[in-house]
Design a binder for this molecule. Structure first.
Ligand code: ZN
Length: 409
């Protein structure tokens, strides 16, 4: 994942680029040996760590360094360091995995750092450590990825063997762009169950605005429903093979959601950038027990997918210099953006908004997104102006006109 590694520690933003390596047969053997040795080392360290219940990076180094170098032949000093760091990371913040020793697959990713991996950018070759010596291997990648390698500081990398291909997944650091003043206001994004996102422009996502077939047709709901029924059936069965299928389905669904979240967040940030706006989303932390909590706790969509969409959007906004704010999620679905009337009765039916005071009617998620956009403007003002009044949003709503007219739905 692009957002995990080093993200917080470095001054800039990191992302991951993927290069394909073209090793000769001999070099391929050397890379396979590197994968074997590295994962063997990680397993040795992992067992030591788990036995001693020692997971701190420094303590683990003290405990495992000499042992792993003695036990795993061909392991260099730096490869040993990285194996220890890898084990530390595997156990960090994941209490569940501490129940037993974490196992690294023999063909799992091999971590590399600047001492073990260098690029010859002119020749487009990468020089990689292997247990049998350095190998210099030609690489290729998408234009943007090659350009990133050519121009940006390179951090850690993973060597991965997948689908018969050797890949290098390299972390690069982007300079942090200045955040542009959102002159034209904010694009509000309402996250929901029926529609994963609806913008204050009335764009429903996933939907026609997205390029992919699944996301573009908005077929996700149907897919999820089918998966859910399939899951229920398998859970009732409860056999080991059923459990295996369940795990595979869960993985597939997670990947699909991640892909869709990438598409949604890209669209939203691109749209905001194009129109000189910032992006506003609801702050869903601590939403439990709040008015709209039920919308985010249904069995069919886990909270992580909402959090992921927000995280992707925030990250991409930062890369593009687009302002991003999280706003208070209270009553965004019951508040009228025209007259400010807040009432549960503004929602006569599922998916409908119909203001009992002024008669403003529309698609409920779109109305919510308009409220979120408004709160984005207010939130930005509060953050950036020392003399901001900080009026409660419901009252501010009453004092101003809606930013755009709302079509029926
Ligand atoms: Zn109204």
């Amino acid at each position: 994942m692009a957002f995990r590694r080093n993200g917080a520690k470095q001054a800039g933003l990191t992302s991951m680029v993927q290069l394909r390596l073209f090793p000769t047969t001999e070099q391929s053997v050397a890379l396979a040996a590197a994968a074997k040795v590295a994962n063997q080392a990680a397993n040795v360290v992992s067992v030591l760590a788990w036995r001693q219940q020692c997971f701190g990076r420094v303590a683990l180094h003290r405990l495992a360094y000499l042992a792993v170098r003695a036990e795993v032949r061909g392991l260099g000093a730096q490869a040993a360091n990285l194996a220890i760091a890898q084990v530390h990371a595997a156990y960090a913040n994941r209490r569940a995995t501490r129940k037993r020793a974490h196992v690294f697959r023999p063909h799992g990713a091999v971590p590399y750092d600047a001492r073990m991996l260098t690029f010859n950018r002119a020749a487009r070759t990468a020089s990689l450590w292997t247990p049998t010596g350095r190998v210099h291997i030609a690489y290729a990648g998408r234009d943007a990825d090659r350009h990133a390698i050519d121009t940006l500081p390179v951090g850690e990398a993973d060597l991965v063997f997948r689908g018969g291909k050797w890949l290098l997944q390299v972390t690069v650091t982007h300079p942090k762009p200045e955040v542009n003043e959102p002159e034209a206001g904010f694009l509000g994004v309402d996250q929901g169950l029926a529609n994963l996102a609806v913008t204050s422009d009335g764009v429903v996502l996933p939907g026609k605005a997205l390029p992919g077939t699944i996301a573009g047709n908005g077929h996700i709901r149907g897919l999820r429903r089918r998966r859910h029924r399939q899951r229920r059936r398998l859970q009732r069965k409860g056999t080991p093979s059923a459990r295996r299928v369940l795990r595979r389905l869960a993985g597939r669904e997670r990947r699909m959601m991640t892909d869709v979240n990438h598409q949604i967040s890209s669209h939203v940030v691109r749209e905001a950038e194009r129109t000189g706006r910032g992006v506003a989303m609801e702050d869903l932390r601590g939403i439990r027990g709040r008015v709209r909590a039920h919308r985010f706790q249904r069995r069919t969509l886990h909270g992580w997918a909402f959090a992921q969409q927000a995280a992707f959007t925030r990250y991409k906004a930062a890369l593009a210099g687009v302002a991003f704010v999280l706003v208070d999620a209270a009553y965004t679905s019951q508040c009228c953006p025209r007259c400010g009337c807040v009432s549960r009765r503004n929602r006569p039916a599922r998916g409908r908004f119909d203001c009992i005071r002024c008669g403003l009617a529309g698609h409920a998620d779109h109305i919510a997104a308009l409220n979120i956009a408004r709160r984005g403007v207010e939130g930005w003002g509060t953050v950036n102006s020392p003399h901001a009044t900080g009026l409660p949003s419901a009252r501010r709503d009453r004092e101003s006109k809606p930013p755009v007219s709302v079509g029926g739905g």
